[in-house]
Design a protein around this ligand. Structure first.
Ligand code: DX5
Ligand code: ZN
Length: 218
C-alpha cells in the first residue's frame, strides 16, 4: 500500500502571510503542500499562479503538490515546473489532449497527476494509466474551499483502486475532507488527503497539528 499522506490546501491559509503559513503546516506535520491554481475559466474562481508558488518555495522542503484547475494547461506547465512544483496534476476535462499534456509533464521531470470532477467516471483514466503517478478524485465541484463532501466519490475511489492495483499510483481525495470522512475515504482505498478548511481552522501551529492528526488518525 502507498504511504498515508496529508496535504493541506494553502487556499484556506491567510494569503497575507503565505510564507509563515507554509512553515506552520510544515511544522504541524504536513506531508505535501497542496497548491490550488484557478484561472476563472475552467473554474469560476481565480487564485494564484507560478510566481506566488515560487515565492512559497523557500519556506519548506516538503513536496509541492500542484492542482491546476486551468484550461488550457499546456502553455503553463513549464512555468509551474520551474516554480518548484514536484507534482503537476491536470484535469481530464480541461482539454482534448490529456495524453499529450501528461507526456509534457513527464518530459519536464515531474510527477504527473490526473484529476476527475465529480461527474467524470473513473474510466477516463483507462488509456493514460501508464502515464500517471497520481489520481486526484474531486469530492466537491472545484473552485472553492469549504464545500460539503460528495459521497459518490467513495465508489469512484473503489473503482480507481481496482484500476491502479499493483501500480505505484497515489490516490488523492480533495474537497470537504475532514476527520468525519477520512476513515471511509481510506477504507475505499485512497492514501492521500487534501484538506483546506479542516486544517487551517484555529490559526496556530498547535491547532494545525491537532487538525492534521485528527484527519490522519480517524
Ligand atoms: C477546491 C480545491 C480544494 C480546496 C479544498 O477547488 O481543489 O483543494 O482547497 O478545500 P476544503 O478542504 O475546505 O474543501
Ligand atoms: Zn485542490
Amino acid at each position: 500500500p502507498r504511504p498515508l499522506v496529508i496535504a493541506p490546501s494553502i487556499l484556506a491559509s491567510d494569503f497575507s502571510r503565505l510564507g509563515e503559513e507554509v512553515r506552520a503546516v510544515d511544522q504541524a506535520g504536513a506531508d505535501w503542500i497542496h497548491l490550488d491554481v484557478m484561472d476563472g475559466h475552467f473554474v469560476p474562481n481565480i487564485s494564484y499562479g507560478p510566481d506566488v508558488i515560487k515565492a512559497m518555495r523557500p519556506h519548506t522542503t516538503k513536496i509541492f503538490d500542484a492542482h491546476l484547475m486551468i484550461a488550457p494547461c499546456d502553455p503553463y506547465l513549464e512555468a509551474f515546473a520551474k516554480a518548484g512544483c514536484d507534482h503537476i496534476t491536470i484535469h481530464a476535462e480541461a482539454g482534448p489532449h490529456l495524453h499529450r499534456s501528461l507526456q509534457a509533464i513527464r518530459a519536464l521531470g515531474k510527477k504527473a497527476g490526473v484529476s476527475l470532477n465529480p461527474s467524470t467516471p473513473a474510466s477516463a483514466l483507462e488509456y493514460v494509466i501508464d502515464m500517471i503517478d497520481l489520481v486526484l478524485v474531486m469530492s466537491v465541484n472545484p473552485g472553492f474551499g469549504g464545500q460539503a463532501f460528495i459521497p459518490s466519490a467513495i465508489n469512484k475511489i473503489q473503482d480507481i483502486r481496482a484500476m491502479t492495483a499493483g501500480r505505484p499510483i497515489d490516490i488523492e481525495v480533495d474537497g470537504g475532507v475532514s476527520d468525519k470522512v477520512s476513515g471511509q475515504i481510506a477504507a475505499a482505498g485512497a492514501n492521500a488527503f487534501v484538506a483546506g478548511s479542516a486544517v487551517f481552522k484555529g490559526g496556530t501551529v498547535e491547532s494545525y497539528k491537532a487538525n492534521i492528526d485528527a484527519i490522519r488518525n480517524a
